[in-house]
Design a protein around this ligand. Structure first.
Ligand SMILES: [Zn+2]
Length: 360
């Protein structure tokens, strides 16, 4: 009987392998667009917090590297070609990548000529800088609200050296949602893309960009790509994910299941107090976008987590497979196919791209 069972097991495994190969051949090849981008294998992930290392992320991939609340660059990621903003003749301080130098100067000149001069409030931030920035918002507003308005270390476009928080020159309504209604804010919204800059977190797109509206925060992607993003009507996150991102983002980890405790014999006991609410991850759902200054009175003071360190280690996706071992064979088979397909898809992607992250 044991031998028979063994043969049956082998047969099931062979069937599963064949199914996986068929799925990989049929529908899970990433499509290659006319710009050489490889479409991500799957729809845009819903906003959540994770620590998946992004890809592509080489310093030469500056146009197409995506960081968001899920995808990140390593803490060691530091662009090699940072130049001082001051040396570019643009008001403000800090550093930006040299790749944007000429376009930034041209944009500043055009904004001045239009009567809406711009300056720079904040540019490149190292991983350590971003740790301090995020910690400041956590201290001010609590972690839940901080996650809406600030990136965890490793997840910031500022660490790419390609993001700038612009301001008016002289400063008006700096880092405030109302800056979008100033002359400089309006000019940037309408013209920044012509110089290679895209507003990363536009108004009304919080559910897609995963951050509150920030009319001052622009990401440089170069003029060609900025024109494509602008023409698409998509957020930068959507566009990069759909056309260039090759990172594999596993589905979110399931929340722990709550098992009702047997009702004690005491006649007045009720079930309700025995159910422990599932640990609630910070929600990105509320789309309200008040100016930062107006947030303070609404912040609940009992947010307990003042940690300045986001967890950095990515849990290995493979561990999710172990949790299905007790399910019905059909479910196990389905989960196995899905997991195997993801792995195969990842292998195909790696082979097709043939590149590795310089940033590691
Ligand atoms: Zn910013």
């Amino acid at each position: 009987m044991q031998a028979l069972a063994h043969v049956a097991t082998l047969a099931r495994l062979a069937t599963l392998a064949a199914a996986l190969a068929l799925l990989a051949l049929l529908g899970l090849h990433p499509a290659v667009d006319d710009r050489g981008g490889v479409r991500a294998a799957g729809p845009l992930p819903a906003c959540r917090y994770d620590d998946i290392t992004t890809s592509p992320r080489g310093y030469d991939d500056w146009r197409t590297t995506l960081v968001d609340t899920i995808l990140r660059v390593p803490s060691s990621y530091a662009p090699p070609d940072l130049v001082r903003v001051h040396d570019l003749g643009v008001p403000g301080g800090g550093f930006v990548r040299a790749v944007m130098g000429e376009d930034l100067q041209a944009m500043r000149a055009a904004a001045v000529a239009a009567g809406s001069p711009i300056g720079i409030e904040s540019a490149y931030r190292s991983y350590t800088d971003q740790q301090a920035v995020f910690a400041k918002w956590v201290r001010l507003y609590g972690r839940t609200q901080a996650l809406h308005i600030s990136a965890r270390p490793g997840h910031s476009e500022h660490q790419l050296g390609l993001a700038i928080d612009f301001r008016s020159d002289p400063p008006v309504a700096t880092l405030n949602a109302s800056w979008g209604t100033t002359a400089a804010g309006k000019w940037m919204r309408n013209h920044a893309w012509e110089y290679g800059f895209v507003m990363s977190y536009p108004k009304g797109k919080t559910s897609l960009s995963c951050y509150d509206y920030e009319p001052w925060h622009f990401r440089y992607v170069g003029r060609d790509l900025a024109a494509l993003v602008h023409g698409s009507g998509l957020t930068l996150r959507e566009y990069l994910w759909a056309n260039f991102t090759t990172a594999i983002v596993p589905p979110p980890k399931p929340k722990p299941t709550v098992h009702p405790t047997p009702i004690p014999t005491h006649p007045t006991a009720t079930i309700a107090p025995l159910l422990t609410p599932a640990a609630s991850a910070p929600s990105l759902a509320p789309p309200s976008q008040p100016p930062l200054a107006s947030l303070a009175p609404t912040i609940s003071p009992q947010v307990p987590n003042g940690s300045t360190e986001a967890p950095l280690a990515s849990p290995p996706p493979a561990t999710q497979a172990s949790s299905v071992s007790g399910l019905a064979p059909v479910l196990v088979g389905s989960a196995g196919i899905a997991l195997g397909t993801i792995v195969l898809g990842g292998l195909l992607l790696v082979r097709r791209r043939g590149r590795s992250g310089i940033g590691l």
